[in-house]
Design a binder for this molecule. Structure first.
Ligand code: GDD
Ligand code: MG
Length: 342
């Protein structure tokens, strides 16, 4: 089984984190994000994943290499962003696509049952089957009303106004080759705005999925996904957490500090005496001085906090930024990579 993972977006909503590392390999619970998706695909029989990259593609390739467990990895890199469907056509034009393809949005952490989705696809004889999920707030998603037999009635990408259903596009598609062939070559094409709306009534089906699902593409949801992984609310192969529900990588120095609950420390971090780290995420090589207090914060690689620094909820400190002694990084603040905060 072949899958194509859309991993070329710029991740603008996750800046400043995504200014130094692309979203597909940004650390989540201490691991490159896509490794969770590749584990999930592997569990459902995928043995080849084509990673469709654009923005910072070299970084993705360097981190993931040519294999993840049982899944062989290939890369297709766009010169120009081709949207969500354009990259599938590009991969096909490179001769990489067989008769059936799974296409996944590359920023989703999920354990939904792809095997059951494929079984439904076979049973209905659909051209395309989209995984759908019920959510409370549909506004940032594609809304997909379906008929009793699962046929899609409309595809409404982030449209304003009251939604006709709470079912949204979960960004996991089973596609027959003929769908790939209808994507126009050589220009950006969107599944959500062009391909799927045009396929309504022509073999486009929805599969009602159940299970864990989150798009990690905003700071709030990145933190939520972190807490959910730490609490085992989603199936994963994460190593055991400590008694505070935290994950502290080897090589961290934290002896006089209090870490937890629900925090993640990447490789080679240090946290000074009497500092507290609660519900916060530190990527690799982060240094925190003494008497600091971090709550619900994210610190990118090599960020450096002096002594007595406070970092509040959903504040994000970019890679290599330096925060001086006694400073306060307010709730929701964004510190650019390399910036100095006095
Ligand atoms: N290769 C490539 N090229 N990938 C791209 C491009 C591109 O030009 N543009 C976006 N992507 C990738 C992103 O990296 C992401 O993994 C995926 O395509 C979806 O793009 P997002 O920008 O994250 O879209 P969204 O979250 O606003 O909306 C999409 O996902 C929702 C579910 O999370 C849509 O598919 C919605 O319909 C859906 O509900
Ligand atoms: Mg997204």
């Amino acid at each position: 089984m072949q899958a194509l993972v859309l991993a070329g977006g710029e991740g603008t909503r996750l800046r400043p984190l995504t200014l130094s590392v692309p979203k597909p390999v940004m650390p989540l619970a201490g691991r490159p994000f896509l490794t969770f998706m590749l584990d999930w695909l592997g569990r459902h029989g995928v043995d080849e994943a084509i990673l469709s990259c654009g923005f910072m593609s070299e970084a993705v390739e360097r981190v993931l290499g040519d294999r993840h467990g049982e899944v062989a990895l290939r890369y297709v890199v766009e010169d120009q962003a081709l949207g969500t469907a354009g990259p599938v056509r590009l991969a096909a034009d490179h001769g990489l696509i067989g008769d059936r393809l799974l296409v996944l949005n590359g920023d989703v952490l999920t354990d939904i049952d792809l095997t059951a989705q494929i079984a439904q696809h076979d049973q209905t004889g659909a051209a395309a089957t989209l995984a759908l999920l019920a959510v409370d707030d549909t506004s940032s998603y594609g809304v997909v009303p379906t008929a009793e037999n699962g046929e899609v009635e409309a595809f409404l990408e982030k449209s304003a106004g009251p939604a006709p259903t709470d079912r949204i596009n979960a960004g996991a598609y089973v596609l027959e080759r003929k769908v790939v062939e209808r994507i126009e070559a050589g220009r950006p094409v969107s599944f959500e705005l062009e391909v799927f709306p045009a396929m309504v009534g022509e073999g486009l089906y929805g599969y009602m999925a159940a299970g864990y699902w989150i798009d990690i593409g905003t700071p709030e949801r990145y933190l939520e996904a972190t807490y959910d992984l730490l609490a085992d609310r989603v199936q994963s192969t994460l190593p055991p957490r400590d008694e505070t529900g935290s994950l502290v990588a080897e090589g961290c120095i934290t002896s006089g500090a209090r870490i937890g609950p629900m925090s993640v420390l990447g490789h080679h971090c240090s946290v000074g005496d009497r500092s507290t780290v609660e519900r916060s995420v530190l990527h690799d090589h982060v240094r925190v001085g003494r008497d600091c207090a971090l709550t619900g914060a994210v610190l990118a690689e090599r960020a450096h906090l002096g002594d007595r620094v406070r970092v509040e909820e959903e504040a994000m400190v970019g890679a290599g930024a330096k925060v001086a002694d006694g400073a306060r990084v307010e709730r929701g603040a964004r510190i650019e990579p390399g910036e100095r905060v006095e």
